[in-house]
Ligand binder design. Structure first.
Ligand code: NAD
Length: 478
């Protein structure tokens, strides 16, 4: 058998590549696995280097088939699932937000319900003039700016969707969640390398900051920006002059009318609003309840594990959990974001051994708890007299975010009227808010709900460019 020079070169390269692999200890168990020898695959001192390496990795991915991409996605899901608890604990330790058991659910949700390559469909048009195909092509390198509130689940979710679409990703994790974010990227990269030999398909800088985030936004090799965060980062990204998919803040209102199953409404609201201590952007942030069922709802919520604050306790709470920002607007006191209800109560001088899920505060509509996205287990409840009043106040409290709203009612006309008027991206009927993301609810999931830019619940197809190929006059079979 004759072997040409090119084949010899290829064999040498493959062999060297094999030898450059090493055994690798898993961070959580110390168990030795075969894989990439780099300490922090995907993690660079310099953000420009992170972008350059991702670009190189994407070129390699572009040479693979879609089926091979599918195998990469499978490996990413498996690796993330293997570390699901570890990543939840790490996120909790680092950020101090939420509850480990709920973070496990969020991570599992991202692993299991984020669409992969099956999300990419081809359109075909045939006619007397021939055949036209419209296919979904990758952008190349995507810049993804991620939040502190769902760090690992957002990275798992974005990575699966963006890689399924054929892209590499440069992440800018929130500085307050950089350890868990880098660890998530490392675990996913390791899995990608294990089945494809591609390094650095997901990258980040070692020290992500607002400056590195801006550098990603302005870099010429970043073809698409995907931003998940608060108002300020969304505004900055929209000015970048690039294509932006922006997932911004919310302040989801929850309406309970007098036809609702109050028992179920109470239980559902407590489940949704207390999930991960209310840091999910879709969680119930204020309740508007009809006067004739208000007492019953509040009392049933108390029996579902909530603490009802008295008027003087509400005053104390307000002083503690809210601050005024530079513009004179109320904002949550960061010390209490995502903390347990009992911890917040203890800071108000209410010491309890009970692990309350939520603090209920019956307040007038004008109270700042209603209009502020607090991201903590303090739930304002406002009593209303009519559906029109509930809708009007809910729209105002939602602050034009067009994010999420929830309603409990057995009256289809009331549900329809509210859903139409509120015009939110997600509208959940008779269930906890998280049903809108696919927990105890149908449909795929995302941790990047593109509200201001309108893509809604993002998935792989949103991370592709549409390309058309036309063949004139042939390829028909009729
Ligand atoms: P954040 O806005 O403080 O940070 C998010 C990311 O943006 C971080 O990586 C941060 O470094 C970067 N950033 C912040 N300000 C910036 C600026 N001026 N220039 C460039 N980059 C900047 O968000 P957070 O506190 O971590 O997350 C909570 C917020 O995100 C809430 O408002 C929540 O509703 C929202 N959120 C929305 C969704 C959604 O899907 N719509 C999902 C999760 C969180």
């Amino acid at each position: 058998m004759q072997i040409d020079e090119k084949t010899i070169q290829q064999i040498i390269e493959e062999t060297l590549d094999k030898f450059s692999q090493d055994t690798y200890p898993r961070a959580d168990t110390g168990e030795i696995r075969y894989g990439n020898a780099l300490d922090e695959p995907g993690c660079f001192d310099d953000v420009d280097e992170a972008i350059m390496s991702a670009k190189e990795a994407q070129r390699k991915l572009a040479k693979m088939t879609v089926q091979e991409r599918g195998r990469i996605i499978r490996a990413m899901r498996d690796a993330a699932m293997e570390h699901v608890k570890y990543l939840a604990e790490l996120a909790h330790d680092e950020t101090g937000f939420g509850r480990v058991e709920d973070k496990i659910i969020k991570n599992k949700l991202a692993i299991e319900k984020t669409p992969g390559i099956e999300d990419l469909s081809t359109e075909a048009y045939t006619g007397d003039d021939g055949l036209t195909l419209v296919e979904r092509a990758p952008y190349g390198v995507i810049g993804s700016i991620t939040p502190s509130t769902n760090p690992s689940s957002t990275i798992i979710n974005n990575s699966i969707g963006m890689v399924a679409a054929g892209n590499a990703v440069v992440f800018n994790p929130h500085p307050g969640a950089k350890k868990v974010s880098i660890e998530t990227i490392r675990i996913l990269n390791q899995a990608i390398y294990g089945v494809s030999g591609i390094r650095n398909l997901l990258t980040t800088s070692k020290n992500p900051t607002i400056e590195t985030s801006r550098r990603i936004m302005e870099h010429e090799d970043i073809r698409l920006l995907v931003v998940t965060g608060g108002e300020s980062v969304v505004k900055v990204a929209m000015k970048s002059g690039k294509k932006v998919i922006a997932a911004g803040p919310g302040n989801p209102p929850c309406i309970v009318d007098n036809t609702a199953n109050i028992n179920k409404a109470a239980s559902d609201i407590v489940k949704g609003a207390s999930f991960d201590n209310n840091i999910l952007c879709i969680a119930e942030k204020e309740v508007f309840v009809f006067r004739d069922v208000a007492k019953e709802l509040i009392s049933l919520m108390e029996s579902n594990g909530c603490y009802r604050a008295s008027l003087s306790e509400i005053d104390k709470l307000t002083d503690i959990v809210l601050v005024k920002n530079k513009e004179g607007k109320y904002a949550p006191n960061k010390k209490y974001v995502g903390k347990n209800a009992s911890h917040i109560l203890s800071k108000c001088g209410i010491h309890t051994t009970a692990d309350y899920k939520l603090i209920l505060a019956e307040v007038p509509y004008e109270h700042p708890f209603v209009s502020t996205e607090m991201l903590m287990p303090v739930l304002p409840i406002v009593v209303v007299d009519t559906l029109d009043e509930a809708i009007e106040k809910a729209i105002e409290a939602e602050n034009g975010c067009k994010h999420t709203a929830i309603m409990h009612s057995e009256n289809v006309n009331n549900l329809t009227k509210a859903a139409l008027a509120l015009d939110t991206t997600i509208f959940v009927k008779n269930a906890p808010s998280y049903a809108g993301l696919g927990i105890e609810g149908e449909g795929y999931t995302t941790l990047t709900i593109a509200t201001p830019t309108g893509e809604g619940l993002t998935s792989a197809k949103n991370f592709t460019r549409s390309r058309r190929c036309t063949l004139s006059g042939s390829f028909r079979i009729i």
